[in-house]
Write a protein that binds this ligand. Structure first.
Ligand SMILES: Cc1ncc(COP(=O)(O)O)c(C=O)c1O
Length: 423
C-alpha cells in the first residue's frame, strides 16, 4: 500500500480543531476525534499527517475512492463552465446525467435531481401521493390512496417525512407530531397478516434491497416478490430506496436487480452517485414522473451542473472498471476472510450483506460493543463503521486492489484480536 505523504497545512492540530468543533458545530453527530484533511484512493490523511485505510467510504459515498483522476478532471472541467443554472433554464450536465442513468434500466425512467438521499425519498413520497391524487380526480385534501408503507429496521432519511417513513422510534424522539399517513410492516415477513398492511389506501411501499443502517440485512427474494405482487393487486407504487445500495455497491447497479422480475416504479439514489459531490436522484417511470407537473415540486440546487458532471463521470468510470465484477471479487475475499477470522476468534454470530456492503454481527457476549471496534480500528488507522450497536459494517471502496484488500483485512484482524483481548 503506497502511503500518502502529507504535511499539516492548517497550522492547527486535531485537539484544537475538535475543541473548535465542539464550540461552533451543532452536536448532532457522534464524531471520532479525527480531523480528515486529504484523501487519495483507499486512504485518507488527518490534519496531523496520520494515514488511515478507508473501509467506510464516507458511508458508501466514495465508492471510487478519494481524489479519483477521472472525477477530478470532470470537476475541474465543469468548474470552468458554469457553477449554477437555475431550473428555469436547461443545462447539458443534468440532461446528460439523466440520460446515463436511464440507460442503466431496461425500462424508461425520468430523473428528478436533488442534493441528498433524504430529498430523493421526499420527492418519491410526494410523487407517489400526487400520482394517486391525480388519478382520483384531484379531490380536496388527501386521496384515499395516500398511505406510505415502510418496513421496521429501514432507514430513509432525516427530513420530517422521510424520518417518519424510517420505522425506527429512536429517530422520532422529540419530533412529534409526525406527519400522518405512514404505516409500518415487518421486513422479510411474508405472512398474510404482514402483507395485508398494504391495502387500497397505500400510495406506495418503500424499501431497501439491503437495510443498511438497520444492520446490513438483505431482503429475501420471496419477500420482495410478495410485496411486488401485493403492490400490483392494490395499485400501490413500489419504491426501491437505493441510496446506500445503488451505483454498483452490491454487485449490481441497483440492488433490486438481484431479484428476478422486480420492476420498481420509483428508485431513489444518492451517496455514491456523486462520488463525494452532494447529489440525489429520484427516478420514476414516465407515467409516475408526470405527476410532478410544473410547479408541484422543485429544488434550487437540484441538478447542479458541477455535481451532475461528476456524477456522469462516476457512472462512466464504474462502467470502465467493470465495477460490478470487481465487487463480486471483493465480496468473496471479504466473506472468506471474516469467516476465517471468526473460526479463530469466535466473535461474530453472522457475516452477511452483499457485494462491497458487508455486516458482521457480534455474538451476544459482545452485545452493544460494535462502536468499541470502530474506536480500536481508528487507533490502528483503519476506518470502519457500525450499523446499530451490534453490527460491524464495512463499505469497501470498489477500486481496491486484491493486495490492498488483503492488507486492510490483516489490519482488521489485528483490531479484532485487540478487541477480543480487551473484553
Ligand atoms: C437507505 C438510505 N436512505 C436514505 C438515506 C438518507 O440519505 P441522506 O443522508 O443523503 O439524506 C440514507 C443515509 O444513510 C440511507 O442509507
Amino acid at each position: 500500500m503506497t502511503e500518502i505523504t502529507q504535511q499539516n497545512q492548517h497550522n492547527s492540530n486535531t485537539a484544537d480543531l475538535v475543541d473548535k468543533a465542539k464550540q461552533y458545530l451543532v452536536p448532532n453527530y457522534a464524531q471520532q476525534p479525527i480531523v480528515l484533511d486529504k484523501g487519495d484512493g483507499i486512504q485518507v490523511v488527518d490534519v496531523d499527517g496520520n494515514n488511515y485505510v478507508d473501509f467506510a467510504s464516507g458511508i458508501a459515498v466514495t465508492s471510487l475512492g478519494h481524489n479519483h483522476p477521472a472525477l477530478k478532471a470532470a470537476l475541474i472541467e465543469a468548474s470552468e463552465n458554469i457553477w449554477h443554472v437555475s431550473n428555469v433554464y436547461y443545462q447539458s450536465a443534468s440532461i446528460e446525467l439523466a440520460e446515463q442513468l436511464a440507460k442503466l434500466f431496461d425500462y424508461p425512467v425520468q430523473a428528478f435531481f436533488c442534493n441528498s438521499g433524504g430529498e430523493a425519498n421526499e420527492a418519491a413520497i410526494k410523487v407517489a401521493r400526487r400520482y394517486h391524487w391525480l388519478r382520483a380526480g384531484s379531490p380536496a385534501g388527501a386521496a384515499k390512496q395516500h398511505e406510505i408503507v415502510s418496513f421496521r429496521g429501514g432507514f430513509h432519511g432525516r427530513t420530517l417525512t422521510t424520518v417518519t417513513a424510517t420505522a425506527q422510534p429512536k429517530y422520532h424522539e422529540g419530533f412529534h407530531p409526525m406527519p400522518s399517513g405512514f404505516v409500518y410492516a415487518d421486513y422479510n415477513d411474508c405472512s398474510q397478516q404482514n402483507l395485508d398492511i398494504i391495502t387500497e389506501c397505500t400510495a406506495a411501499v418503500i424499501l431497501e434491497g439491503i437495510q443498511g443502517e438497520g444492520g446490513v440485512r438483505a431482503a429475501n427474494p420471496e419477500f420482495i416478490a410478495a410485496v411486488q405482487r401485493k403492490c400490483q393487486q392494490t395499485g400501490a407504487l413500489l419504491i426501491f430506496d437505493e441510496i446506500q445500495t445503488g451505483i454498483c455497491r452490491t454487485g449490481q447497479w441497483f440492488s433490486y436487480q438481484h431479484f428476478t422480475d422486480v420492476v420498481p416504479d420509483i428508485i431513489t439514489t444518492a451517496k455514491a452517485l456523486g462520488g463525494g459531490m452532494p447529489i440525489g436522484a429520484m427516478l420514476a417511470k414516465p407515467e409516475v414522473a408526470e405527476a410532478l407537473s410544473v410547479g408541484s415540486h422543485g429544488s434550487t440546487f437540484g441538478g447542479n451542473p458541477i455535481a451532475c458532471s461528476v456524477a456522469t463521470a462516476v457512472i462512466k468510470t464504474m462502467h470502465d472498471i467493470n465495477a460490478c465484477e470487481k465487487v463480486a471479487v471483493i465480496e468473496q475475499i471479504v466473506k472468506d476472510r471474516l469467516t476465517a477470522i471468526n473460526s479463530k476468534l469466535d466473535i461474530f454470530s453472522e457475516v452477511r450483506g452483499m457485494g462491497a456492503m458487508i455486516g458482521a454481527e457480534l455474538k451476544p457476549a459482545y452485545a452493544g460493543k460494535a462502536s468499541e471496534i470502530v474506536k480500536i480500528a481508528a487507533q490502528r488507522q483503519l476506518l470502519v463503521l457500525v450499523a446499530g450497536p451490534d453490527v460491524l459494517r464495512l463499505q469497501f471502496p470498489l477500486i481496491i486492489s486484491v493486495e490492498d484488500l488483503s492488507a486492510g483485512l490483516d489490519l482488521l484482524e489485528k483490531v479484532l484480536e485487540n478487541f477480543v483481548q480487551a473484553n
